[in-house]
Ligand binder design. Sequence first.
Ligand SMILES: NC(=O)c1ccc[n+]([C@@H]2O[C@H](COP(=O)([O-])OP(=O)(O)OC[C@H]3O[C@@H](n4cnc5c(N)ncnc54)[C@H](O)[C@@H]3O)[C@@H](O)[C@H]2O)c1
Length: 351
Amino acid sequence: MPTWLVTGGAGFIGGNFVLEAVRLGVRVVNLDALTYAGNLQTLASLEGNPDHVFVHGDIGDRALVSRLLTEHRPDAVLNFAAESHVDRSIDGPAAFIDTNVVGTLGLLEAVRDHWKQLDGDAKAAFRFLHVSTDEVYGTLGETGKFTETTPYAPNSPYSASKAASDHLVRAFHHTYGLPTLTTNCSNNYGPYHFPEKLIPLVIAKALAGEPLPVYGDGQQVRDWLFVTDHCEAIRTVLEKGRVGETYNVGGDSERRNLEVVETICRLLDARRPREDGQPRSSQITFVADRPGHDRRYAIDASKLQTELGWKPRHTFETGIAETVDWYLDNQDWVRGILDGSYRLERIGTAV
Ligand SMILES: NC(=O)c1ccc[n+]([C@@H]2O[C@H](COP(=O)([O-])OP(=O)(O)OC[C@H]3O[C@@H](n4cnc5c(N)ncnc54)[C@H](O)[C@@H]3O)[C@@H](O)[C@H]2O)c1
């Protein structure tokens, strides 16, 4: 039974990843600082399961990470932990540098020191996989896609901090020989997504009868990937990826933000019509754009598809329907968040 040290496993993607990994027979040590984005409710089904060890702590805590590595001797470390919301990075970039840059450096140092003293097969098989974003590449015009050789050009404090962490991972491979892998993925959606991000935010506000805020003209394009397809891509890269390489992960599902919001409205209208019979698209309200808002992201994932044989199982249409159904069936999970400090308010306007 392999053991993986997963960081950020109480968040959206990390949580989905941990649930699947344990189901697939992996023993997971889950290190998470439980920031506002971390939610143990996501992991409730693992309570009492000996194959899941939750540790409340910071990736930058070298002593803690070293202790976990010595105690559990994981076959791999997968780094999901991050500050992840662009709007929050506009209001307060420092936390993004603390976790995504300084925290990742601490984690890398502890992992490097542990890996150095492994021997034989354990040393050869060990992997450090860093989960990153396509936002490090900046923005695209109407055409073209990001490949693994697109120059980095991050535009938000969030993407700048992720770019810095990617560079540190690269440097730890080239300088110390640490066996690293990096994945750069497009926008994810699906179950357990914190309701400050577009898709769960729109579902929550649509159901509450509130205005549905669309930034700017709503014509920004994102390449959407269902979260479990991302998790499968990460497992594929971990198993078959070439050490030191980076792999783009994308769903070939480019959609304009306005289209995404309209699709959610249609799905909700069909499943749970408004009492007054009006379509939920009537709740759409255009609001001031995000400062520095990237216009278009699109991922060329052909390296991952042809070299490692991964492809997404969901189209945008099947994935978004599954997501809407999940939120309708799991209102308690959403209420748990909305009862706390988060209130669906607008942030990140830089005014
Ligand atoms: N959400 C996306 O669309 C997307 C796309 C591509 C890549 N990514 C990357 O995937 C990773 C996970 O994203 P997500 O959307 O699940 O994020 P998230 O914000 O939902 O979860 C992040 C988790 O990390 C934890 N965390 C934060 N700081 C920590 C620290 N210092 N030490 C330990 N734990 C800490 C939080 O408590 C939370 O559980 C991030 O690295 C993000 O950059 C996200």
